[in-house]
Ligand binder design. Structure first.
Ligand code: DQQ
Length: 474
């Protein structure tokens, strides 16, 4: 399959990053280098299913318009990564671009779930990568523990040394992040457990740790098995231990996993996450691709110690034609179709005053008869925002489970949302920085309508700004 043959695919996003074809999962190696952003990703170049992992590679000057580059890392037969180059990061080692990733090798007599850290460098401005002869650079997980997994890396510079966090699980205990330090990225000394959880609360294994300072706190993001959703903690770090003080969800929609973030030259903490599919393996294989990267999200600290996620300003560079609606009354239980053919490449900024309604809904991807539609509903009594996919697709094999999260109205009692719709991807951001990402697969070509509905009372659309989004992939 090629970009050409994907043109008629009604579900393939056109302004989110997608692999050229076949399978993509975690973002890897995010780094800004010489004014360009590099995005690497877990990639199976031969099938639309998870398989022997390579590192795909793309570059952008603005975080939203990407150019595919040749595959950066492939498994080396007989090497420590013979069965896959799993997730990792990119760092600037005194001017040398350096990758730290997990080598997967089932032949080495290691338990199937233990991978070991490997290093690769580039001498030609991130074009090609040379693996270190000393790989793996850590020979085994800490010996005194019954380690269930040992993979995924976060590497940073701290007081003149390199620090590394590695994701893991300890049997009978739960997810854990191990902390190491090094002078040269090749010889590592184990410090101890940076943080750990209880398996009943936060899973048995913590994948893809992401650890960084933000404001006056540190942030730890992990992706726990088997929770299948990424969680964050904010808290205090003393150079050896992280003390969590606040816990939250990175995305409440149920489709974002293994996020990674980096600090760019503007000082922003920018995050991407893997959005998985909500359809069957057979449907993915037929489509010829699987996996989407979230839009770039800027992470900031809220006053209550939680995290605030918002689309990076650059997303607005993709805005095209603009339409606006102001001061529209929403009568009780009377669906108002604002535009029957609004489309499915949209950026919406919406402000709704629920008034005395019990709920208000923004409806997207609505077919003219309403048979297919996806509802983003604010439930006033519950104070929650919910995504209802029961009618998103006539295809009964697509996922339709609900997702919801508490959502605060502003002091003016107005619900403010930013909604980014890109065919099968729906990202909904609340004003208080919560994001719910979902996947939808309408079957009808005319499921393009936009509507509003107030239930049980009168509400008011204060304003809606709508932009058509321009494709990144022509
Ligand atoms: N994906 C990678 C692992 C990581 C997992 C393998 C998370 O390194 O733990 O593709 O999705």
């Amino acid at each position: 399959m090629t970009e050409q043959s994907f043109r008629s695919d009604p579900h393939r996003p056109v302004y989110h990053f997608v692999p050229p074809s076949n399978w993509m999962n975690d973002p890897n190696g995010l780094i800004e280098w010489n004014g360009e952003y590099h995005l690497f990703y877990q990639y199976n170049p031969v099938a639309a299913v998870w398989g022997p992992m390579h590192w795909g590679h793309a570059v952008s000057s603005d975080l939203v318009r990407w150019r595919h580059l040749p595959i950066a890392l492939a498994p080396t037969p007989g090497g420590p990564d013979a069965d896959g180059c799993w997730s990792g990061v990119a760092v600037n080692d005194n001017g040398v671009p350096t990758l730290v990733y997990s080598g997967h090798n089932t032949q080495a007599g290691r338990p199937n779930d233990v991978q070991l850290p490997c290093v690769a460098v580039s001498h030609d401005r991130l074009s090609s990568w040379e693996k270190d002869a000393a790989n793996p650079v850590i020979a085994a997980p800490p010996e005194h523990l019954d380690v269930l997994a040992f993979r995924d890396h976060c590497v940073w510079r701290e007081n003149g040394v390199w620090k590394q966090a590695i994701g893991a699980g300890v049997r009978g205990q739960g997810g854990v992040v191990f902390l190491y330090q090094s002078e040269n990225l090749r010889e590592w000394q184990y410090i101890g457990q940076l943080a750990e959880g209880e398996s009943e609360e936060s899973g048995q294994i913590w994948e893809c740790p992401d650890f960084f300072a933000l404001g006056d706190r540190h942030v730890l993001i992990v992706s726990p098995i088997p929770l299948q959703r990424s969680i964050y903690f904010t808290g205090a770090y003393n150079g050896e231990r992280f003390q969590p003080m606040f816990q939250g969800e990175v995305d409440a929609g149920g489709y974002l996993y293994a996020p990674q973030s980096f600090t760019d030259s503007q000082g922003r903490r920018v995050m991407f996450g893997w959005l998985w599919e909500g359809r069957t393996e057979a449907a993915r294989v037929e489509a010829g691709w699987a996996g989407v990267m979230s839009l770039p999200r800027v992470i900031s600290l809220r006053g209550d110690g939680g995290l605030h996620f918002a689309p990076a300003d650059e997303v607005a560079l993709l805005r095209g034609n603009h339409r606006a609606y102001r001061a529209v009354a929403l009568a009780p239980d009377d669906e108002l179709v604002l535009d029957p053919a609004a489309g499915n490449l949209l950026d919406l900024e919406v402000a709704i005053e629920p008034g005395n309604a019990s709920s208000v809904s923004l409806v997207v991807c609505r077919s003219p008869d309403g048979a297919e539609q996806t509802r983003i509903t604010y439930d006033v009594a519950a104070g929650s925002l919910n995504i209802d996919r029961r009618r998103s697709s006539a295809d009964q094999d697509t996922q339709a489970a609900p997702a919801g999260h508490a959502c605060l109205l502003g002091s003016d009692k107005t619900l403010r949302l930013r909604v980014l719709l890109d065919r099968s991807v729906l990202e909904v951001f609340t004003a208080d920085g919560v994001c719910l990402t979902s996947r939808i697969y309408p079957t009808r070509r005319d499921s393009l309508g936009l509507a509003l509905e107030a239930t049980g009372g009168t509400a008011r659309l204060a304003g809606l700004d709508m932009w058509d989004m321009r494709p990144v992939w022509e």
